[in-house]
Structure formats: C-alpha cells, structure tokens
Design a protein around this ligand. Structure first.
Ligand code: 3H9
Length: 701
C-alpha cells in the first residue's frame, strides 16, 4: 500500500484501486488547494500502471459543499473547477465518486463528471448555485440533463433544492446506494468496477435533445416570479445547450456563469449567505453555554404558543403557564395544531409529534417553573406587568436558570433590575409566528452574563434560528429601524402618494409586500398601541400622520377585521378600501397638504434612505455589532429582498455620498425627521463603505 498525503487531498493505493480523499474541513469546499490536489492526484493515479480504477470520496461530514465561496470576486487560481471536472471525465482509468452528506454545487459536479456514482444513505445532493445568484458552472447544466430526465434537471437546477439519496437513485443521479462508510464504500465500488458488476460510462458522451417547449415553459414560469432573478432563467438557458456536443455546451455554460458572477444579485445573495453566519461571531462566543434541557413559557397568546412550538420542535420539553384556564386549553390546542401542521408539511414524523406532545405541559401555576432551565415570558407588553412577573420568577426559579423576556421594545435593564440576579436576565425577541420566522434578536442588557448570551445563541442554533446580538434601546435593532422607515411611508402617503402606489413600488423593488399591506396583515391595532404609548414622549416638532389612527378608530384593523387600507376577498386579493381613501383625503385636507405625484423611483429612494439612515444610527450607537448584523435582522425578520443583501449592503451600492445628499435635500422639507447620521457622513467624507466596517470586525473575512 503506497500513500502520498497533501494538505487537503490525499491518495492511497490499495492493490488496483487508487483512492482519492478530499479532507478540507469543515465542508470540503473546493478551494484552490483542493483543486490543485485533485488535479495532481488524477495525474499521479492516471499514470500509475498498478492502478486500474480511481475512487473519489470525502472525509468528515460532507463529500463537498462545492466551490469555495470565499474565492468569488478574487482573481481566479488554476486549475479551475471546470478543468478539474473535465480531467475526471477524461481520465484514462474509470473514476467513481462516493458521495455522502452535503454534496452541493461543484461537489456534485465533480461526481457528475465521474464514470459512476455511489451514494451513502445520508447524502443530500443539490446544485444550489441559483440561491447564490449563480448557475452551476463546472458542467452541472450539461451533465445533469444527460443523466436524468430534462424536467427533473430543470427543477433541481432552477430551484437549487436538495435531493436525498433515495430520490437521487430513482432519478438516475446515483447508480447505487451503499451502507458502508465513505472509504469502505469507495473500495467496494471500485472492486465492483474491477469485477464488471458496476458499469461505468462517460456522462459527456450521452446524447440528449432538450425539448424546446419544456425549456420555454420553464423560462416563462421563472420570468413571472417576483422578483424575477436572472440566475434561474440563465441556468435554464444553459440547460438548453445540453443537446450540443459537450465541449460547446460547457463553453456556453461558462459564458453564462461569468455573466452572473459579475451581477449585483450574486453579490447580494452571497452577502445574505454570509450574514446568516457572520452574526454568530459575538464577543461572548468563548463563554460556556448553560445546558437547556427544559423550558417554561409564560403567556398563552400567539407569541407564547409560537415560542412553545419552536422549543418543542428543537426537542426541548416545555411547560406553558397561563393564568386564564380557558386560554390554557386554547394554547394547548394551538401548540398541538402547530405540531400537526409540521407533520403535514413533512417536517416532523407522526411518531416525533406524539413524543413531543408528550413533553408539553400546561399549567396555571407559575410555581411549576421552579425546576426548568429556561423561562421565556411572552405576557402583555407593560413594564409594570413584566417587572412584577420577573420579581416572582426570581423567587420561584432555581439558581442558574435563564430568565428571558420576549419584549419587543421594553427596557431589558429595568426588567433585569426587578430581580436579584440581573446577570441571568436576557431578551429573546422572537418574531411572529415564532415557530416559523427565522430571526431571534438576543438582547443583551448591561449586566447579562456572557454565558447567558452564549446559551441564547446555542439555543437559537438548536431552534434553527438566526440569532442576532442587540443592545438595549426602544425597539432593539429591527423594530427601531421599522418605526423610523414606516414614518417615511406615512409622510409620502400624506403628501400625495397613494398607499397602493407605495406598496406597488416596494413590491417591484423586491419586498414580498409593501408596508401598508404588511400593516393590514400584522393588524393595524399593533402600531396604534405603539403610537399611543409613544405619544407622551413624541417631540413637538415631529410631523404626525394620523391616517392609521383614523382607520383604527373606525374599527378596521386590517385583514383580521376584513378591512384596513385594503378590502380583501376570500382569496386574499386586495383592492383599496374606499373608506380608507376618503380618510387619506380628509387628513390631507386637515393638514393643508396639496397632494403631489411621486414616481416609483422617488418612493423607493425615500423609503430606503430612511431605512438606511436609522440602520446607520443603530450601528453608530453600538446597538448592533456590525452593519452585517443589521442586514441579517432585516433579511430574516422583515422580508428584506435577499438578493439585495440587506439595507446596509444596499447602502454600499448607492454610496454614502449620494445618501447624504438625499437626506440633506429631504431635510429642507423636514429637518427634524431627516438628519444625517454621523457615521454616514464620515463614510461619505472618507469614501468608506459599510462593508469595510464588517471586514474590520470579522477577522479579515
Ligand atoms: C459552486 O459550487 C459553483 C460551481 O458550480 C462552479 C464553480 C466554477 N465555500 O453553513 P454552515 C462554510 S457555488 C466556502 O455554518 P451547516 C460556512 O461559511 C457553491 N465556505 O454549516 C461556515 O463557515 P464559518 C455551491 C463554505 O452545517 C462553515 O462552512 N454550494 C461553503 O449549517 C460551516 O457552514 C453552496 O451553495 C462553501 N461552499 O451547513 C453550499 N459552504 O464557520 C453553501 C459552507 O467560518 N453552503 N462554508 O462561518 C451551505 O449550504 C451550508 O454551508 C452547508 C453546511 C449545507 C454546506
């Protein structure tokens, strides 16, 4: 047995079998060193007269997660991935790929270029390039349609969905499944090639004729999506070349890939991908998290029900406390209903549902929370109610228990001060519905202990949520920014844009719903309560738009009451509510405003400038650790269009100088609302970007 080891790719010769192992933790990304290692391994084994078959496998938890995303945008280093794939296919010996765990993008493309593919049961295959604004650029669009039905290839490539091993076998991506570990499976499959029981073939030599009607239908379908992103459409275009000789098809694929590589969508989508991971870098990361084996949730409203569901789905037994007996029963039914929903959507097995339901208890007695490791309260948003409750929890809960509040704006320091253990108090701000929405703001108060913060992040990852660290301020990161930019929408409404125009402009920009449609969905009474709460502290110079108040006074709270800004039919289709239009007209008259027209462009510019302005202040005030944390909050909690990468990523595209100019121009109308944040002015003066601040804070990433 001969062995040659390089850093990330090692080869081993077992009789007539040449084994190539990719070992580049954590996910075997195909960076330059791996590509060089693979090319060299193929050279060595290709030349070795002893070796008759080559088997490729991955070490660790994945075969390979694909191209190294960190290399994108940097000067390319040879050999490129398409060349490595071509080298595999052209190898003078049969090459087999044994895939396990994540086998994505370039990882799958390596396997598609091999002459046979074996999958382990845990293999998940996919070409997720479109989710990064790209298309498979190492032969995926040419080789997959040669191996499997065109319809399935279009589906997999244009959605980026993951294909489990069994399905991959039935589609024809895999030739066989194996129960062995990756190395052993590689040896067994190579033996099968040697004894003739596993046939091999050159994928590139398979001749297919992609049906133009199917290609046209897919292109039309993708073009109708909002936002209609270029990547999936271009990916289908690349697939349309799969009927040509492989060389020509690969050339066409490469050209389309390079077009996308230079696109802003690609930059934005990869920024969003990075944002989800960057937020984990917190100062408390080294602190040991406390164990959370059981939890209590206080409050049986929508929030409490959602939080209890999310905890249960993470496998944490929950006791839900609600003082009202009737509400307890309703809450129980809703939590069980949510678990049933997860079974229906295939996210939970019926057996797991039964098991989880068995770990869910309800009670009217707070004392029953004495033994739990974590308590999350989701009671009425009133500081006296919350401080009273935390005083009680302080007496009831065991030492070391995590005491969390789900408040969305109240002062977590005040809540913590109601206990004799402020170090154990933290804000866990979930978003509704809490078992669905991915964002979790972790609100760190002055005395919160580092291990409490580490515990919150650990908990978030168990719940598959994106946790973002926030300091204490009214509304924390997300609601503070929302409160600000919502006013910009109201000002435009008062000044002459219709709410339908504003919603339409922002939906065209990329939001799933405009702000007025969102308000109708969330319930207009929520914003009304907040405005009433803030009324006593509202500065006299602040311009106040009372349109939403008038709509609420009429008893219309949005979709839950059948009407708000819009009227809704059973299918949810919206038309402007004529009564709301009349209120808008009346309020304009009262304010003495002469309505003027707003272009779609101006609506978006004002709305985004307002959002960016407050987002900048949140960074400047140290409420968010970095601009990318703010981006994550808006992306994962407020429906910010993923391809734009978040408000401060978008700000870098607009440029700080132009943003300052805009704010100064708008300030001529309203100098109280429109003020240039100090940090934005600094960036404008120094030619700086928000991403420079990210980089400075993320260890050079
Ligand atoms: C492509 O292949 C293009 C080709 O067609 C053509 C080329 C010519 N590169 O997510 P996690 C890092 S495009 C570099 O926390 P999980 C990640 O940043 C690529 N790094 O773990 C994180 O780093 P850190 C197509 C990568 O278990 C660490 O690994 N492939 C890459 O929740 C752990 O990741 C994709 O789009 C990468 N490709 O999920 C796959 N992937 O610890 C993208 C991960 O420093 N990746 N990292 O923050 C994923 O979907 C998930 O990361 C994966 C693991 C499922 C793999």
């Amino acid at each position: 047995m001969a062995e040659q080891t390089q850093d990330v790719v090692s080869i081993e010769i077992e009789g007539k079998i040449g084994l190539v192992r990719i070992g580049n933790p954590p996910v075997n990304a195909l960076g330059a060193a791996v590509r060089q290692g693979l090319a060299q391994a193929l050279e060595t084994l290709g030349r070795d007269p002893q070796v008759q078959v080559v088997a490729l496998y991955g070490a660790g938890r994945a075969f390979s997660a694909g191209a190294d995303i960190r290399e994108f945008g940097k000067p390319p280093v040879d050999p490129r991935l398409p060349d490595v794939c071509d080298r595999i296919e052209a190898c003078e010996k049969p090459v087999i790929a044994v895939v396990h765990g994540t086998t994505f993008g370039g990882g799958l493309e390596l396997a598609l270029a091999a002459h046979a593919r074996i999958g382990l049961a845990d293999a998940r295959m996919g070409l997720p390039e479109v989710t990064l604004g790209l298309l498979p650029g190492a032969g995926g669009t040419q080789r997959l349609p040669r191996l499997i039905a065109l319809e399935a290839a279009i589906d997999i490539i244009s959605t980026g969905r993951q294909v489990p091993a069994e399905e991959a076998l039935s589609l024809g991506i895999l030739d066989r499944l194996s129960q062995a570990g990756p190395r052993q499976a590689a040896i067994e499959a190579a033996q099968a090639v040697l004894d003739g029981s596993l046939p091999t073939r050159h994928t590139g030599e398979i001749v297919v004729t992609p049906d133009p009607a199917m290609i046209a239908a897919a292109t039309a379908r993708l073009g109708k999506k909002r936002p209609a992103l270029a990547a999936p459409i271009k990916a289908v275009e690349a697939i349309s070349h799969a009927g040509r000789p492989l060389r020509e098809g690969l050339k066409a694929e490469r050209a389309l890939f390079m077009e996308l590589m230079d696109s802003p969508d690609r930059q934005g989508l990869i920024h969003s991908f990075n944002a989800e991971r960057a937020v984990k870098r917190i100062p408390e990361a080294g602190a040991p998290p406390r164990p959370v084996a059981s939890a209590g949730v206080i409050g049986g409203g929508a929030m409490g029900v959602g939080i209890a569901t999310a905890l249960l789905q993470a496998g944490i037994p929950v006791t839900l406390v609600e003082t009202n007996v009737e509400v307890v029963d309703q809450a129980r039914a809703k939590v069980i209903g949510n678990l049933d929903g997860a079974v229906k959507r295939g996210r939970l097995t019926a057996a797991d549902r039964d098991w989880l339901a068995g770990t869910f208890g309800t009670t009217t007695r707070l004392e029953e929370l004495a033994p739990v490791d974590l308590v999350i309260e989701a009671v009425f948003e009133d500081i006296a109610v919350k401080t009273g409750l935390f005083g009680q929890l302080d007496r009831i809960c065991k030492a070391g228990a995590i005491l969390a509040t789900n408040t969305s704006y109240l002062d977590v320091n005040t809540i913590a001060a109601a206990t004799a253990r402020p170090q154990d108090v933290i804000g866990l701000h979930f978003f509704s519905p809490a078992h669905v929405m991915r964002l979790l703001e972790v609100v760190v108060a002055d005395k919160t202990a580092p291990e409490m913060v580490a515990t919150a992040f650990d908990l978030a990852s168990r719940m598959k949520k994106v946790a973002v660290r926030s300091g204490v301020c009214d509304g924390f990161i997300g609601n503070r920014i929302l409160a600000h930019y919502r006013k910009a929408a109201d000002y435009m409404l008062l000044d002459g844009a219709s709410f339908a125009e504003i919603d339409h402009a922002l939906e065209e920009f990329g939001f799933a719903m405009g702000p007025f449609a969102v308000a109708d969905l969330a319930g207009l009474d929520i914003g009304w309560a907040t405005r009433k709460r803030k009324a006593p502290t509202r500065p006299p110079e602040e311009r106040y738009v009372a349109i939403a108040d008038r709509i609420c006074e009429a008893g219309w709270f949005g979709r839950k009451s059948g009407r708000g800004y819009y009227l809704y039919d059973d299918a949810g289709t919206r038309v402007p509510n004529p009564d709301a239009l009349a209120i808008v007209a009346a309020e304009r008259a009262t304010a003495g405003v002469k309505a003027r027209a707003f272009t779609q462009e101006e609506i978006v510019a004002r709305y985004m400038t307002a959002m960016i302005s407050e987002a900048t202040s949140v960074v400047e005030d140290g409420i968010a650790l970095r601009p990318i944390d703010v981006d994550a909050v808006l992306l994962f909690g407020y429906g910010f269009p993923r391809h734009l990468g978040g408000p401060l990523n978008h700000a870098d595209r607009i440029g700080a100088r132009l943003l300052v100019e805009r704010i100064e121009a708008y300030a001529r109308e309203d100098g109280h609302y429109w003020q240039v944040p100090r940090l934005l002015r600094q960036l404008a003066e120094n030619g700086g970007r928000f991403d420079d601040l990210n980089k400075a804070n993320l260890d050079g990433r």
